[in-house]
Design a protein around this ligand. Structure first.
Ligand code: B3K
Ligand code: ZN
Length: 871
C-alpha cells in the first residue's frame, strides 16, 4: 500500500478558476545540467468566480523554486505555503505580475512529462498536467493565456529553438549561446505549451489557405531521418485542405511545425503551432515503414492538425471533458482517412479495435463513461472509451442529424465557443440548437458506462405482408453504475429477400427499452441486415441461421455488414470448435464456409482490400472478449485448427490469389489500391505458410529477400518466425537484424515479432531480448514492442499456466513505475482483466495485482489501476 493514498477528483466538484492569467512570458535557459525557467504571469481576479480566494498555483514537488516575486517584490518563505503539488499565496492584489524562477533537471526526467531530453534534444509534453513540472501555474485547461517564450541555449548543440506561434526576435548571447523569442497570439491553456531545442534538420513546404493566407509548413527530425518526412508533409496538406472543405476550418498562424522525437509516451501532441510527434507516427519510407504505419502517419498527422480547431481554438473546461476534443477529433480523422482511402476498410478496422479493446475496457474494472465522473490520475483516462467510443458517440449524432445539420451544428459550436473552454454538453447543445431536436436522452452516452446490448427478434405475416422487428436494449452494470437507463441510438438497417434483393433500407431510432418496428408490403420473409455500418457502439444479438449469414456475406449492399456477416459466422464456428476442444472431441471445419471462401477467392471482380478483410479470422483477443469465461488455450487451438483447415482446403486458391496480387503490384506506393493488393497477397501467404508445406516457406523466403518494401518484407518475416519453420525463422531474424540494426523503428518491429512468437520458450526469449542492446527501457516504443508485444499479442505464452508471464509483467511494472508511471500503468492493462479468466489463471493474475498493491510507494497512476482492479 502506498504511504499516502492518492485521492480522487470529482466532476461534480468543478469550480471556475478564481484567478485568470492574461499573459505568460517564459524564459528558458537550457543547459547541460539543468534548465532555469523564469515565468512572468499577469494575473487578475476572475470576475466569474464565486468568491475571492487565495492564489493557488500548481507545481510539482520536484521542481526547485528559486525566487518568487509579486510586482517586483520578492516574497519570503512565510508569504506562501508549498505542499502537495500546490503553492498558495494568501495575500495578493486584484491584479499583479507574479515572477517565478524555477530550476529543473530535464536530463533526469524519465517520466517524459514536462521538460525532458530525448536523444540529446530538449522537448516538452504538457498534456494533461506536465506544465506544472516546469513552473507554478494554474495548470488547468480553463485558464487560457497568451504566451511569449524565449529560449536560450548553446548555439552549436541546439541550433534550432522552437516554441508555439511565430518567431519575433532572435540573437546571439555570451558564451556561444543564442536565443529566439516566440509569440503565440492565440490564448491557450498551459497543456498546449511546447518547446523544442536541438540539432534538427527539416523539410519545408507551404500551404495557401482557402482565404489566401500563406502558411509555412516545417517538419523537423534528426538529420538521418530527413528522407522519411515526405508522407507526413503530403498528409498534412491533405488534412488542411480537407478541414477547409468538410468543416470550413482554416489554419490560423503563419507557421505549422511538427517535430519528431524518439522518446515519447504516446503517439503525438497537438501543441499550438508546434506538434511534437513520436517518430513512429511521423517517419515513413517504403523501405522501412509498413503500409499500416503509413496509414497511421496519415491519420495521426491529420488528427493533431484537426485539434487546432477541435481542441485548441475550442478547448476543454476540465479533464472530465476530454472526449469533447478527443472523441470529436477521432471522428474527424476517421472520416478523413475514409475519404483518402477505402471507407469500408477503415470502418472495419475501427470497429474491430472497438470490439476487441474498447468492449473489453467497458467490461473491466476501469470501465468509465465517455465523460468520466472521477479520476485519481487523469493520464489513466486517455482511453479507448474516451477516444474511440467518444468518436462513435459523435458519429451517432452525425447519423441522427444527417450530414447537413451536423455541419451546421459544428459551425455553430466553433463560432459560439471560439476561444473558450467548454463541455461535452455545449457540443450537444449546438447540435440541438441547429436541429431543434431534444437530445437529452442521447446525453446518456456521455454519462453511462458499459456496452449496451440489443436483442432483436422478428415476425412475418405472409398474408398481410407485414414484417415486425422487436428490439429490446439493456446495458450491464459497471463500476459505480448498477442500473442503466435506455439509450437513444440510430439502428441503421435494411431488409433483403432470399435472393439478396434489397427490399428497403432505413435508420430506426431506438429510445425505449423495448420497441417494435413495422414494415408493410414485404412480399416474402426477409433477412434483416442490422446495425449497418455499425451505426451504434453496441452488441447486437439476432438468431441468424448460417444460411442467412452466408446470404448476407454474398449480397448485402452494405459493405460493412457483408464483412460482419462473415465475422459472425466465423465467430460462431470458432466458438463451436473451442467447445469441442474443451470436451476433447474432434474439431471440424464447416464445408459451407470453405465453399463461401472459395467463391470470394475466385471472384476477381472483388476489391482485394475487402477480400482480405473478409477472409481474416477474428483474432484471439476478439474471441476472448466474446467468451463467457476465457480459455486462452482452447481459443488458440480452435483458431489454429480452423486456419490450417482453411489453408489446406483452399491451397490452390491461396496460391492463385498470391500470384495474381503479386503480379498486379507495381513499384511501391502507399495508395489504397496498392495497400489492398499487398494486404490480400500477404494474407494468402499467411494461409500458404499455415499449410506447413515447404514450397511456401521458400516463397516467403524469396519475398523476404527480394521485396522492395517493408510491408512485404516484414509480413514474410513474421509469418516464418511464427510458423513451425523455426530454423529458417531464426535465420531471417538474424538477416533482418543485420540489415536494419540502425533503424530504431524497424528494430521495434523486430522486437515485437519475437515477443509475439507463441512457440515454447517465449518467456526466455523475451527475457533475453530485454538484455539486448536494441532494447532500452527508457524508451516507451521499445517497452511497447517487447512488453506490450508479449503480454498483448502472445496470449498463449503470457497466460502460461504457471503464472510466469504474470510475474514477469508485474516485475516490469514495479521497475517502470519509478521511471515512467504513465507507461507503467498502461502496460498493466492485461492483468486488469483477471476476472474474465478460468479459476487457475484468475487467481494467479490476482496474486500479482495484490503483490503490486502491497508495494510501498506506487505512483498514483499504477495505484489507481491496481486498486480499482482488485475491487
Ligand atoms: N492529446 C494528446 C494526448 C495526450 C496524452 C497525455 N497523457 C494526443 C492526441 O490525442 O492527439
Ligand atoms: Zn487527440
Amino acid at each position: 500500500m502506498s504511504a499516502q493514498q492518492p485521492h480522487a477528483i470529482y466532476l461534480e466538484d468543478y469550480q471556475p478558476p478564481a484567478w485568470r492569467v492574461e499573459r505568460t512570458a517564459l524564459r528558458f535557459e537550457l543547459e547541460e545540467e539543468q534548465a532555469l525557467v523564469r515565468a512572468q504571469l499577469s494575473i487578475s481576479i476572475n470576475p466569474e468566480a464565486g468568491s475571492r480566494q487565495a492564489l493557488e498555483l500548481l507545481g510539482d514537488d520536484e521542481i526547485e523554486l528559486q525566487r518568487l516575486s509579486i510586482d517586483g517584490e520578492v516574497l519570503c518563505a512565510s508569504d506562501y505555503a508549498r505542499a502537495d503539488g500546490r503553492l498558495v499565496i494568501p495575500n495578493v492584489p486584484d491584479s499583479f505580475t507574479l515572477e517565478c524562477v524555477t530550476r529543473l533537471l530535464p536530463q533526469q526526467n524519465t517520466a517524459l512529462e514536462g521538460l525532458y531530453k530525448s536523444d540529446g534534444m530538449f522537448c516538452t509534453q504538457c498534456e494533461a498536467e506536465g506544465f506544472r513540472r516546469i513552473t507554478f501555474f494554474p495548470d488547468r485547461p480553463d485558464v487560457m493565456s497568451v504566451f511569449t517564450t524565449t529560449l536560450v541555449a548553446d548555439k552549436t548543440r541546439y541550433p534550432v529553438l522552437l516554441s508555439n506561434g511565430n518567431p519575433v526576435a532572435s540573437g546571439d548571447a555570451d558564451g556561444g549561446r543564442h536565443w529566439v523569442t516566440w509569440e503565440d497570439p492565440w490564448p491557450k491553456p498551459s497543456y498546449l505549451f511546447a518547446l523544442v531545442a536541438g540539432d534538427l534538420a527539416l523539410v519545408e513546404d507551404h500551404y495557401t489557405t482557402a482565404s489566401g493566407r500563406e502558411v509555412a509548413l516545417r517538419i523537423y527530425a534528426e538529420r538521418k531521418d530527413l528522407d522519411k518526412l515526405d508522407h507526413a508533409m503530403v498528409s498534412l496538406k491533405n488534412a488542411m485542405r480537407w478541414d477547409e472543405q468538410v468543416y470550413g476550418r482554416e489554419y490560423d498562424l503563419d507557421i505549422y511545425m511538427i517535430v519528431a522525437v524518439d522518446f515519447f509516451n504516446m503517439g503525438a501532441m497537438e501543441n499550438k503551432g508546434l506538434n511534437i510527434f513520436n517518430t513512429s507516427c511521423v517517419l515513413a519510407h517504403p523501405q522501412t515503414t509498413t503500409d499500416a504505419a503509413f496509414q497511421r502517419v496519415e491519420a495521426v498527422v491529420a488528427h493533431e492538425y484537426f485539434h487546432n480547431w477541435s481542441g485548441n481554438r475550442v478547448t476543454c473546461r476540465d479533464w472530465f471533458q476530454l472526449s469533447l476534443k478527443e472523441g470529436f477529433t477521432v471522428f474527424r480523422d476517421a472520416e478523413f482517412s475514409a475519404d483518402m482511402n477505402s471507407r469500408t476498410v477503415k470502418r472495419i478496422e475501427d470497429v474491430t479495435l472497438l470490439r476487441t479493446a474498447q468492449f473489453a475496457e467497458d467490461a473491466g474494472p476501469m470501465a468509465h463513461p465517455v465523460r468520466p465522473e472521477s479520476y485519481i490520475e487523469i493520464s489513466n483516462f486517455y482511453t479507448l472509451t474516451v477516444y474511440e467510443k467518444g468518436a462513435e458517440v459523435v458519429r451517432m449524432l452525425h447519423t441522427l442529424l444527417g450530414p447537413e445539420l451536423f455541419r451546421k451544428g459544428s459551425d455553430l459550436y466553433f463560432e459560439r465557443h471560439d476561444g473558450q473552454a467548454v463541455t461535452t454538453d455545449d457540443f450537444v447543445r449546438a447540435m440541438e440548437d441547429v436541429s431543434g431536436r431534444d437530445l437529452s436522452q442521447f446525453r446518456r452516452w456521455y454519462s453511462q458506462a458499459g456496452t449496451p446490448r440489443l436483442n432483436v427478434s422478428d415476425q412475418y405475416d405472409a398474408e398481410t405482408g407485414c414484417y415486425e422487428l422487436h428490439v429490446s436494449q439493456s446495458c450491464p452494470p459497471s463500476p459505480g453504475q448498477e442500473h442503466k437507463l435506455p439509450y437513444h441510438l440510430p439502428l441503421a438497417m435494411g431488409l433483403l429477400a432470399d435472393d439478396g434483393t434489397e427490399l428497403c433500407s432505413r435508420v430506426l431510432e431506438l429510445t425505449e427499452e423495448e420497441q417494435v418496428f413495422r414494415f408493410e408490403g414485404i412480399p416474402s420473409r426477409p433477412v434483416p441486415s442490422l446495425l449497418r455500418g455499425f451505426s451504434a457502439p453496441v452488441k447486437l444479438d439476432y438468431a441468424y441461421t448460417d444460411q442467412q449469414l452466408l446470404m448476407l456475406l454474398r449480397h448485402d449492399t452494405d459493405g460493412f455488414n457483408r464483412w460482419d456477416a462473415g465475422q459472425r459466422l466465423s465467430v460462431r464456428l470458432l466458438q463451436q470448435q473451442t467447445e469441442a476442444w474443451c470436451r476433447g472431441e474432434p474439431m471440424q471445419c464447416e464445408q459451407a464456409l470453405v465453399d463461401a471462401w472459395r467463391g470470394l477467392l475466385r471472384d476477381e471482380n472483388l476489391d482485394p482490400a475487402m477480400v482480405a478483410q473478409l477472409l481474416r479470422l477474428p483474432s484471439e483477443a476478439q474471441l476472448s472478449e466474446l467468451a463467457d469465461e476465457i480459455d486462452v488455450i482452447a481459443i488458440h487451438e480452435a483458431r489454429e485448427f480452423m486456419r490450417t483447415a482453411l489453408a489446406r482446403a483452399l491451397e490452390s486458391e491461396w496460391l492463385a490469389v498470391y500470384q495474381r496480387c503479386d503480379a498486379a503490384s507495381g513499384t511501391y506506393s502507399p495508395d489504397a489500391a496498392s495497400i489492398g493488393l499487398r494486404s490480400l497477397k500477404n494474407l494468402a501467404l499467411e494461409y500458404l505458410i499455415a499449410t506447413g508445406r515447404e514450397p511456401w516457406l521458400e516463397l516467403a523466403r524469396q519475398q523476404f529477400e527480394q521485396s522492395d518494401n517493408m510491408t512485404d518484407q516484414q509480413a514474410a518475416l513474421s509469418l516464418v518466425v511464427h510458423s513451425g519453420f523455426r530454423e529458417v525463422g531464426a535465420e531471417l531474424l538474424e538477416a533482418f537484424y543485420l540489415q536494419w540494426q540502425h533503424e530504431s523503428l524497424v528494430m521495434n518491429q523486430w522486437l515485437a515479432i519475437q515477443a509475439s512468437d507463441s512457440a515454447p520458450g517465449a518467456l526466455e526469449r523475451v527475457v533475453s531480448l530485454s538484455r539486448h542492446p536494441m532494447f532500452d527501457m527508457r524508451n516507451p516504443n521499445k517497452l511497447r514492442a517487447l512488453i506490450g508485444g508479449f503480454c498483448g499479442q502472445n496470449l498463449v505464452q503470457f497466460h502460461a499456466e504457471d503464472g510466469s508471464g504474470y510475474t514477469w509483467l508485474a516485475d516490469w511494472i514495479l521497475k517502470l513505475d519509478r521511471q515512467n508511471p504513465q507507461v507503467a500503468a498502461r502496460l498493466l492493462t492485461p492483468l486488469t482483466r483477471w476476472k474474465r479468466y478460468e479459476p487457475v489463471r484468475r487467481a494467479l493474475m490476482r496474486d500479482q495485482l495484490q503483490r503490486m498493491m502491497d508495494t510501498a510507494e506506487l505512483s498514483a497512476d499504477v495505484y489507481e489501476v491496481v486498486s480499482k482492479s482488485l475491487v
